[in-house]
Design a protein around this ligand. Structure first.
Ligand SMILES: *Cc1c(COP(=O)(O)O)cnc(C)c1O
Length: 371
């Protein structure tokens, strides 16, 4: 089946007892045993599994073309479960512009447990040089945050496979509608479901999708069940509901972002625009090859100082000054402020999560703020 169909049907289980067309929310934390002691409903206790989570995990698996999926209470909980599944002493290679929340997790929470190098994973020679006998995981994030750098997934996978190293890809910015890392050879995909899956900036969630039900995956499942960083049945229901429109929402985001990127690129007050869909993007050809569409995120650099940059966002009417992304409403943020003192992000860079408002209104608002 095609993505649009999967998104609507793979997360829904009609209720046999009530004949409800839409799967109800099951709040019960515990499930009755049969007379012979087994569990006829397939669930025992909600930390381990729940009907709404099972439905969500099913649609996530199908959308990424994986073998299984595990849902979490946030993207960071999903990422943390990956790191917790690694044997102590494992060396992790991660991008130098890794999502700051996960970079801090490694640096602060896993210091002394895992070893890690933050490098430019797009420089394949540098990547090769950092591989050690203890390297167990290469973490990639493409397009990256906030510079929208593109990593050649197939090339990283080829290097990793030659050394028996696993590859996990944070696919939050792309969504499975724009990019399917498992099809390109990655072992694991991670999402912050808080972003495009939720799509309305009103819930937190995370997901991991695996290419194979490997031993490593069993360990990740153990972390999910024993750690308990699981989404509530209501959040699972909300995510399943939002995912039904994901393919159409993402098409709208992509269309608006391309047009906005083209508008900004020709604007005299803009120094540079980072969007993989622009021919001027340094890895545009890689993006064209590995992505189905270029996503709904862009960053741009203002010609001027940090103060000029703040003045521009303060003049905007329609774009909300807020962090996060993937909602139907457009958001803009001064990324360096959010990332803290150790950021390498330029002080005059703005990151935009392009929403689903009419493109003319978005362009008009930016035009008046830049003028
Ligand atoms: C938001 C985000 C995360 C973390 O997800 P939360 O749901 O906020 O915990 C991880 N990676 C990327 C790329 C993100 O944008």
């Amino acid at each position: 089946m095609k993505t649009e169909t999967i998104a609507i049907h793979a997360g829904n289980k009609k209720d046999e007892s009530s004949k409800a067309v839409i799967q109800p929310i099951v709040l019960s934390t515990t499930f009755e045993r049969g007379i012979d002691g087994d569990f006829p409903g397939g669930h025992i206790y909600s930390r381990a599994s729940n009907p709404n989570r099972a439905a969500l995990e099913n649609v996530l698996t199908k959308l990424e073309n994986g073998a299984d999926a595990a849902a979490f209470s946030s993207g960071n909980a999903a990422g943390m479960s990956v790191f917790q599944s690694l044997a102590p002493g494992t060396h992790v290679i991660a991008p130098d512009d890794m999502y700051h929340g996960l970079r801090n997790q490694l640096k602060i929470l896993f210091a002394g447990i895992l070893t890690f190098d933050f490098i430019d994973v797009n420089d394949l020679d540098v990547l090769q040089q950092h591989i050690k006998p203890t390297t167990g995981l290469i973490w990639i994030e493409t397009p990256s945050n906030p510079l929208l750098k593109v990593t050649d997934i197939k090339k990283v996978v080829a290097i990793a496979k030659a050394h028996g190293i696993k590859v996990a890809c944070d696919n939050t910015f792309a969504t499975p509608i724009c990019q399917q890392p498992l099809a390109l050879g990655a072992d694991l995909v991670m999402h912050s479901a808080t972003k495009y899956f939720g799509g309305h900036s009103d819930l937190m969630g995370g997901a991991l999708i695996t290419a194979e039900k490997s031993e490593w995956w069993q360990k990740i499942r153990q972390v999910q069940e024993m750690g308990g960083a699981i989404p509530s049945p209501t959040d699972c229901y909300m995510l399943v509901r939002s995912i039904k429109t994901l393919p159409y929402r993402v098409k709208g985001h992509v269309q608006n972002t391309q047009l906005l990127a083209e508008f900004l690129e020709q604007h005299p007050r803009v120094e540079a625009v980072m969007y993989p869909g622009l021919p001027s993007h340094p890895q545009h050809s890689i993006a064209k090859e590995q992505m189905l569409a270029f996503g709904g995120m862009l960053s741009f650099i203002v010609k001027g100082t940090e103060e000029d940059t703040h003045n521009i966002i303060n003049k905007l009417q329609l774009f909300t000054r807020a962090t996060s992304l993937g909602g139907v409403e457009s958001l803009i943020e001064h990324r360096a402020t959010v990332e803290g003192p150790d950021t390498k992000t330029p002080r005059n860079l703005l990151r935009v999560s392009v929403g689903l408002e009419h493109i003319d209104d978005l362009v008009d608002d930016l035009e008046q703020a830049l003028s």
